[in-house]
Design a protein around this ligand. Structure first.
Ligand code: NAD
Ligand code: IPM
Ligand code: MN
Length: 361
């Protein structure tokens, strides 16, 4: 029996609602497979934990997480209890940085039957490779002076290594997909970092002669995500540009509640972390209506990372079939609850005898 050791951090808000659902789905997949198991270790690190302990995770939190095969996280943030910058730097960003999860992969694709806000959505299917450790999210900056003289300063930091790493990741991915990389830039030289970004892109591109490329200013690109998303394959973007583009990716699918993500430690030295694109959604927390699909699709990305690609593919197909059947939460035009959507996915996995036979080892 192959066992995967997974650290589970439900976090705040709807993270606490959708994470248990995704774990049930993973357990169902393990049952169907027959030859593998998940050992989930839960960590109650969130804003309530902060109120009790004065920190988002224990002093040795990072060492505790170090030994796991992967980290499965819901969302972090309860601004009514703890300021966002405290909770995020203390948990989410801390894990991303300490474990050098420098690449954030965020797919978006058209699903049949979903209420996309696009009037005539064509079948789009792209992946945003977001630089995940530097850029506009650098720690260089601060606030000086007071009152009407106050100044906030944020320095974006783009290292050649970090920029090149994100781009190579995107080109490698494009080689396995449709052979096209789009760079999200702002190359008119107003922002100092972007001509540098373009230079690195030009340099990396030379090593991938078979991959076609395009470069768009981020403002135009954001609009193209809405007007012609079907033209994109792999999109490489800086930290903040990638953050914004991937909420648009979620929105054009029908809801940010669907969009999955993977924070990847590329050298395999540390665990990678799997958490959806969406946040803790305080506005709907406690109502049982959060869309669990983003978290469940994120579980599929974790399966891929763990080498269980066939199982992940099956999960994606079943998820898509359940959505096409109209079993969906309110954010995508349905009436089902979080639990009803999950149960439909679980039932369909169990009923699908063909899957069982194919995956049984
Ligand atoms: P959000 O993603 O939590 O919510 C934005 C909108 O999308 C809300 O209207 C919400 O109801 C809806 N939504 C999000 N997920 C949904 C789901 N699964 N099903 C249905 N609807 C869903 O973003 P926000 O409101 O800007 O942030 C709320 C908190 O979450 C803040 O504290 C923020 O810092 C934090 N946050 C955390 C993460 C993370 O941990 N990865 C990501 C984004 C935001
Ligand atoms: C995301 C979130 C985070 C980010 C926030 C909560 C720091 O928006 O994962 O997309 O900007 O990276
Ligand atoms: Mn975001």
């Amino acid at each position: 029996m192959k066992t995967f050791d997974i650290a589970v951090i439900p976090g705040d808000g709807i993270g606490k609602e959708v994470v248990p659902e995704a774990l049930s789905v993973l357990n169902t997949l393990a049952e169907i497979h027959g030859g593998l198991a998940f050992q989930f270790t839960q960590f109650p690190w969130n804003c309530e934990y902060y109120i009790e302990h004065g920190q988002m995770m224990p002093e040795d939190g990072i060492q505790i997480l170090q030994g796991f095969d992967a980290i499965f996280l819901g969302a972090v943030g309860n601004p009514q209890l703890v300021p966002d910058h405290v909770s995020l730097w203390g948990l989410l960003i801390k894990i991303r940085r300490e474990f050098e999860q420098s690449i954030n992969i965020r797919p978006a694709r058209y699903f049949e039957g979903l209420q996309s806000p696009l009037v005539h959505p064509k079948a789009f299917d792209f992946i945003v490779v977001r630089e995940n450790s530097e850029g506009e999210y650098s720690e260089v900056g601060g606030r000086i002076h007071k009152d009407e003289d106050e100044i906030a300063i944020q320095n974006a930091v783009f290292t050649r290594k970090g920029t090149e790493r994100a781009m190579r990741y995107a080109f490698d991915l494009a080689r396995e997909r449709n052979g096209h990389v789009t760079s999200a830039t702002k190359s008119n030289g107003i922002v100092h970092s972007m001509p540098f970004w373009d230079e690195v892109f030009q340099k990396v591109k030379v090593d991938y002669p078979e991959v076609k490329t395009a470069s768009y200013h981020i403002d135009a690109l954001a609009a193209y995500f809405v007007t012609r998303p079907e033209q994109f394959d792999v999109v490489v973007a800086s930290n903040l540009f990638g953050d914004i583009l991937t909420d648009i990716g979620g929105a054009i699918m029908g809801s940010i509640g669907i969009a999955p993500a993977a924070n990847i430690n590329v050298n395999g030295k540390y665990p990678s972390m799997f958490e959806p694109v969406h946040g803790s959604a305080p506005d709907i927390y406690g109502k049982g209506i959060a869309n669990p699909v983003g978290q469940i699709w994120t579980a599929k990305m974790m399966l891929d990372h763990l080498g269980e690609v066939e199982l992940g593919q099956k999960l994606l197909e079943v998820m898509e079939a359940v959505l096409a059947d109209g079993i969906k939460t309110v954010d995508i035009g349905g009436i089902a609850t979080t639990k009803e959507v999950t149960q439909a996915i679980i039932q369909r996995l169990k009923n699908d005898k063909k899957v069982g036979r194919k995956l049984a080892r």
